[in-house]
Design a protein around this ligand. Structure first.
Ligand SMILES: *[C@@H]1O[C@H](CO)[C@@H](O)[C@H](O)[C@H]1NC(C)=O
Ligand SMILES: *[C@@H]1O[C@H](CO)[C@@H](O)[C@H](O)[C@H]1NC(C)=O
Length: 256
């Protein structure tokens, strides 16, 4: 009963004050605001969450799958990941999924039941690939963390700080355990298998596939405007970000 009252009150408050009634008692990080009814109410974003959940439920299955085969220290990969792929995903994550495969032009050899990896830009790059692979296995915030690392001047040294920003409860020790242990070794081997299974095989990185397919045309379009490519390939109802609906973003917070 109390919850229902609170819900009605929140809906009303939301309709009265638009998006500006962000409650000061909100104890959740933004990524968790829509994860439950309680968090949505507490953070004053219920209306937004219900709408965004509704669009999500309509859109599952139709998402455009973008996969990036890359390596952590390749300058072209860093540029594409941070300035094209990540911002596009932020805007279009309702209609696209991203798969990151950090391996690229690396090589592997089996030695004493463990894989030994050799990377194009040396051991430092293998370390970066492995940190990112473990992150992808251990946290839902992997993509923002990886984008943060790849946009920093030092990809490896920034890792701890980037984790602290996006996933403060994730312990650096546990990442290192994965990086140095069998789990990381196994996960990296899976990246090797995925990369080696590419058809056509990759002859450079960053290498992009869209819905599992690679062609020079798709690659060129992804490199010049991934945003337009994803909007144009999405088969579901056009979303606002792609210029679809009459959704009005004009919602000002007045200076009173
Ligand atoms: C949004 O959807 C998620 C997953 O389906 C669900 O757990 C959550 O409670 C929903 N949030 C709201 C505010 O309805
Ligand atoms: C993480 O890796 C383990 C070990 O390979 C695997 O069983 C698990 O499904 C992976 N989890 C995710 C979220 O990728």
């Amino acid at each position: 009963m109390k919850a229902l009252l609170l819900l009605i009150l929140t809906v009303w408050l939301n309709s009265q004050y638009g998006g500006c009634s962000l409650s000061s008692s909100c104890s959740y990080p933004p990524s968790k605001w829509c994860s439950s009814l309680e968090s949505a109410i507490e953070c004053g974003v219920l209306k937004h969450c219900l709408q965004s959940n509704f669009t999500k439920s309509r859109q599952t299955g139709d998402s455009v799958e973008v996969a990036l085969y890359y390596e952590s220290l390749c300058p072209g990969c860093r540029l594409f990941l941070t300035e094209m792929l990540f911002p596009t995903w932020v805007l279009l994550k309702d209609i696209m999924t991203v798969t990151l495969v950090p391996y690229g032009n690396a090589q592997e050899k089996l030695h004493d039941q463990k894989y030994i990896f050799e990377c194009q830009h040396g051991e430092e790059e293998c370390f970066g690939n492995m940190i990112e692979t473990c992150l992808l296995n251990m946290t839902e915030m992997a993509f923002p963390i990886i984008a943060c690392m790849e946009s920093s001047s030092d990809v490896i040294k920034s890792a701890q700080g980037c984790i602290q920003v996006f996933s403060p409860q994730l312990r650096w020790d546990s990442i290192l355990t994965c990086v140095k242990g069998d789990v990381g070794n196994k996960l990296m081997h899976q990246n090797a298998l995925k990369t080696d299974a590419l058809n056509p095989p990759h002859d450079y990185v960053p290498w992009v596939t869209i819905n599992g397919e690679h062609s020079e045309d798709l690659q060129q379009k992804a490199m010049t405007s991934l945003f337009s490519l994803v909007c144009s390939m999405y088969k579901g109802p056009k979303i606002a970000a792609c210029g679809g609906s009459q959704k009005n973003y004009k919602n000002y917070c007045l200076n009173e």
